[in-house]
Design a binder for this molecule. Structure first.
Ligand SMILES: N[C@@H](CCC(=O)N[C@@H](CS)C(=O)NCC(=O)O)C(=O)O
Length: 290
């Protein structure tokens, strides 16, 4: 028995992103379940088998216990997999990670309300309110504190990538997507999230799956997404270079063309999730580069 993980529509669901990153980054086996924010039913009503959870992400543990909150999910996974690096082993670094995760979980309401995560667009000229600027200043302060206390010199806050970074991935997406001004260290941290292959895989799936939800949109001028420039891929007809899907190893039925070469996948979703950002998918890049 593995974990069950329930998520919402990927492109606007910031809490789902946090939960999913914990499983994806630390290779924890799970079965994915979906709810949709366009459904007439409440999230809670869409997942009665996960009662009493009422929001996503929600997890059911292998022994059948429901954990319906991202912070509890992170803590529970960290306790079950103490060597995975979900929380730092060093007590001081772990305390800092917990402090920042808790503040993220309970704070930054103005940034979250004014700039909802929307991974399908990026804006310019967003003129953030003073309250949003205060949230940004606070983020910069605690990120700097984490780096200084832990002595972290790499891209992530407390050494290697950990749950604390998963918790700030949606904030990085907001800073990038709304073109919000932050100092060079915070900007580098945002850039690291945008370049992270797991974050890019989530975004790629969010680009192609899930209803359009107009209430997450804002009326600012739109610009290109500020992450790494993706390899250009378009839907195509077979035959393809490969006969088996890079993900499932099943025979190919759906095709993408890149630079005049055709690559095959076993179904529409495997093809479509690859198209927005092929380089985010290591199994695909293996056949692309071979
Ligand atoms: N405290 C929760 C918040 C989760 C949350 O608000 N999730 C949103 C989606 S991003 C949700 O499920 N909203 C549905 C609702 O509130 O009915 C957590 O940390 O997991």
């Amino acid at each position: 028995m593995s974990f069950d993980l329930v998520i919402g529509d990927r492109y606007p669901s910031s809490w789902s992103l946090r939960g999913w990153l914990l499983f994806e980054k630390f290779n924890i086996e799970h079965k994915l379940h979906h709810v949709s924010f366009i459904d007439d039913r409440l999230v809670e009503e869409q997942m009665p088998e996960f009662a009493p959870a009422k929001t996503v992400p929600t997890v059911r543990t292998p022994e059948g216990v429901i954990v319906g909150d991202s912070l509890a999910i992170a803590e529970e996974l960290a306790s079950r997999y103490p060597d995975a690096g979900i929380l730092p082993k060093d007590p001081a670094a772990r305390a800092v990670a917990r402090f920042l995760m808790s503040e993220m979980h309970s704070g930054f309401g103005d940034l979250r309300n004014d700039c909802p995560m929307n991974l399908r667009v990026a804006y310019s000229e967003t003129s953030p309110s003073d309250e949003v600027k205060k949230d940004l200043a606070r983020l910069e302060k605690i990120w700097a504190y984490a780096r200084k206390t832990v002595g972290s010199e790499g891209p992530w806050l407390c050494g290697e990538y950990g749950a604390v970074d998963a918790f700030f991935a949606p904030v990085a997406a907001r800073i990038a997507g709304y073109g919000l001004t932050v100092g060079p260290d915070a900007a580098a941290y945002v850039k690291a999230h945008l370049a992270d292959p797991a974050f890019r895989r989530w975004r790629a799936m969010g680009m192609i799956k899930g209803a359009h939800l107009p209430w997450y949109e804002r009326d600012y001028p739109q610009v290109n997404w500020p992450g790494p420039t993706p390899i250009l891929a378009t839907n195509a007809e077979g035959p393809s270079e490969n006969t088996l899907c890079p993900y499932s190893r099943l025979p190919v039925t759906h095709f993408l063309s890149i630079d005049g070469c055709v690559f095959g996948f076993c179904n529409e979703f495997c093809r479509d999730k690859t198209r927005p950002d092929p380089a985010a998918w290591p199994a695909f890049m293996e056949i692309y580069q071979s």
